[in-house]
Design a protein around this ligand. Structure first.
Ligand code: GUN
Ligand code: ZN
Length: 434
């Protein structure tokens, strides 16, 4: 294959460590006049344009952006594909919201044509918002995952998804059985896991909708294949937490249910965790499990405020999740806008560099993919964004008042959304142009 080498010149910013561990200044690299060199789908160099250019052939193709910022592609560690059509459903909290809106909406994925249509809309929406990797819930129907992976494969995206396992406490039209969920998940794993940049996640919806038999088989699947992911929900809503105690009286608490069925581990991502206690955070950290922090959803469904400082105290891996359709935006920039307010309401701060970390390298670490995505280091996948400082009249005017990259970044995360994303690149290819 001939070598394809291209360079992109603009301001460039990436997170290289967790500010909670190394301090803010050591957590990022910023090149005011930077150059990103891409070869065959990977980043081959990053640095100051003037320094790097002298090392490159004079005829290299360079795209030069003015008033723009190159960042890594954003990483959404929790989102539901089959809820694309029900974002912004009025009035209910979690358990009633599931019964009233979610289950009827997800039932439409019994139809493959519907699954294909929504997969296409969903992926376009991710890319329009600068999300290049997501950990995705399908519906209970295997075709929801087939449609998604078929569309992701065409664009060579790095994506993770799984079919929901759900064999009780849901309508008959939407339940599988412990046995059928095992067989169907296994077939999807055989077909997709490790194919190109695709990975499979074993996906029990949450403890209340799985029998002990189904949770046992979910744990068994994780032991049968290397590097499988596990995704589920935990401690999102107080009524949900009480319900889990009633359903599993023999367990110490919500996390202990998952622990008992061997669902904790380095590739396990638990969404929400709003009502976790200190011991549960310690156990998540000990097992290398991660939390997906979903601020727009936790506000919208009235679930509560995630305690990020407690997670930091335990050195717990935390990524950011939109949780569409409980969440109200596909934009991780808008999700960070809400994350900042979650911290404000708890008398704490969320620095723009911690926010950048959560949406990029933090997410990559939660998914154990930090050697491939989440930064712009040489040798990683060329998944990156071009953010436009002039995306809207207000953003353009406001950014003229910004004195440094910290202020610029914070304003981008407060005012920014899909309009801010001028271009999205995946594996070095342009996959979205505004
Ligand atoms: N808990 C179980 N299922 C769901 C879901 O679809 N969305 C959210 N936010 N929480 C859940
Ligand atoms: Zn969710």
């Amino acid at each position: 294959m001939p070598l394809t080498r291209k360079a992109y010149r603009a301001a460039i910013l990436h997170s290289i460590a967790d500010p909670a561990e190394v301090g803010i200044e050591a957590s990022y690299e910023y090149f005011e006049d930077g150059l990103l060199v891409v070869e065959n789908g990977q980043i081959s160099a990053i640095g100051h344009a003037t320094e790097l250019l002298s090392t490159l052939p004079a005829d290299i193709e360079i795209t030069h952006y003015q008033n723009a910022l190159i960042t890594p592609g954003l990483i959404d560690t929790h989102i539901h594909l089959p809820q694309t059509g029900m974002v912004g459903a009025y009035g209910e909290q979690l358990l009633d919201w599931l019964n009233t809106y979610t289950f009827p909406c997800e039932s439409q994925f019994a139809d493959k044509a519907h699954a294909d249509e929504v997969a296409d809309i969903f992926i376009k929406e991710l890319l329009r918002n600068g999300t290049t990797t997501a950990l995705v819930f399908g519906s209970v129907h295997p075709q929801s995952v087939n449609s998604f992976f078929e569309a992701a494969q065409q664009l060579d995206l790095r994506m993770i998804a799984g079919k929901v396992m759900m064999d009780r406490n849901a309508p008959d039209y939407l339940t599988d059985t412990a046995e059928s969920s095992y067989v169907e998940s296994k077939a999807l794993i055989e077909r997709w896991h490790g194919k190109g940049r695709l990975h499979y996640a074993v996906t029990p919806r949450f403890a209340p909708t799985s029998t002990p038999e189904q949770l046992t088989l979910a744990g068994q699947l994780l032991g049968e294949y290397p590097d499988l992911y596990m995704q589920t929900h935990i401690s999102e809503n107080l009524k949900e937490v009480e319900w889990v105690k009633e359903l599993f009286p023999e367990r110490k608490g919500y996390l202990d249910v998952y622990d008992h069925y061997q669902l904790l581990g380095e590739r396990s991502v638990f969404a929400h965790g709003v009502h976790l206690c200190d011991d549960e955070c310690a156990r998540l950290a000990e097992t290398g499990s991660a939390i997906a922090f979903c601020p727009t959803s936790n506000f919208f469904l009235g679930s509560g405020l995630f305690n990020l400082p407690m997670a930091e105290k335990h050195k717990l891996n935390v990524g950011l999740g939109t949780d569409v359709g409980g969440g109200t935006s596909f934009s991780l920039l808008q999700t960070l806008n809400e994350a900042y307010k979650v911290m404000q309401l708890q008398g704490a701060r969320l620095s723009p560099f911690k926010s950048l970390y959560l949406a990029t390298l933090g997410g990559a670490r939660a998914l154990r993919l930090e050697d491939k995505i989440g930064t712009l280091h040489a040798g990683t996948d060329a998944d990156f964004l071009v953010l436009d400082y002039n995306a809207t009249p207000l953003l353009s005017y406001r950014l003229k008042q910004a004195n440094n990259i910290a202020e610029t970044l914070f304003v981008l995360m407060t005012l920014g959304d899909d309009r801010t994303v001028l271009q999205t690149y995946a594996a070095g290819k342009l996959v979205h142009q505004r």
